[in-house]
Design a protein around this ligand. Sequence first.
Ligand code: ADP
Ligand code: MG
Length: 383
Amino acid sequence: MKTELIRKFTDTYGQAPQAVFFCPGRVNLIGEHIDYNGGLVMPCAITLGTLLCLAPNQEKVFRFKSLNFEEEAVIPMQESYTKEGKDWYNYPLGVINELLKDYTIPVGFDFLYSGNIPIGSGLSSSASIEVLTAYALGSYLNLDIDKLSLVKLSKYVENNFIGLNSGIMDQFAVAFGEKAKAMLLNCDTLDFKQVDCEIGDHELIIINTNKPRELAESKYNERVAECEAALAALNQEIHLNNLCELNAEKFALHSHLITDETVLKRATHVIRENDRVGLAAKALNAGNLEEFGRLMFASHDSLQNLYEVSGEELDTLVAFCANYAGVTGARMTGAGFGGCAIALVKKESLEDFELKIKADYLQKIGYACEVYKSEIGHGVSAI
Ligand code: ADP
Ligand code: MG
């Protein structure tokens, strides 16, 4: 992929790239929709990702091209930028706009991107392109900017330039991922630990529903607002910065303050899911994959019934997994409303699993799903 991209860069821009960078996508093993509630999450970087070739130019412009999209842009160097329509290059443009607030970018750049993360499928191709661009410019220009600052800057771009009120998990995972490790990240304090992710005789399988996520953005922001409403109700009596400061026991003492039934369901998911992540970390440390798998199924159930961010497609995949002996755990991953599910599948069952889940999905949903075998890979880097 890299050699091919270098060749295409040279063909397109008439000069060779000066540097090449890679940033992965991510899956979240458990801890869904709680990053923006200051909760614990357990994502890992995957070997699918985005590549970027770049070189400075003398024309005082930023040229953006991607092998994944037809639209391209030539944008003059300015002091700041605003979002232009819905085109993909808003992601790197937003990063440049943010960098310009604190750093000087003295020359224009030619950029060529190429990714193999299925786009818009909940594997965080957006965080990948943001962190990739920030890291690439930071390191090429020797800007004095550490990884955590890149992560925060990229999240800021997603929230304020693109307009999705997502938490920090995705950018964090694609920046700090390590091979064969999951990250246990506290989204409030940003403390994190790398946890050995020994899955032994299992593979981590990603199953893409191939469902377009039309309503995902507005529904996502709606859930964020519902959690804010829950927090405001609880704060009539106690003082919390985040919902995840409560465990299930403490929540039970105050939950009567939440009078709206829907808001109560959302908060209940958040608090129980946060507790599940703590248990999942213990299970992984103890090598107890059965328990880890049980928690994955419980997480899905909660996302389906309490948080209501799943849908027929994801539920069909996870229900198949629950009834299939070779699967130890499965759940939707990412924001939901379509996108991907993950499953821990016993190696000996892989072939049979793939055939059967595809057939079951096609029969029930009417179009095909895709199945990827993914390894846990490393975070953003020059390559
Ligand atoms: P997800 O993060 O789940 O993949 P999003 O809708 O949040 O989905 O982000 C996808 C968007 O990110 C794409 O529509 C595009 O604008 C941008 N993007 C991601 N990868 C690339 C790429 N390789 N080239 C250009 N743009 C990309
Ligand atoms: Mg995204």
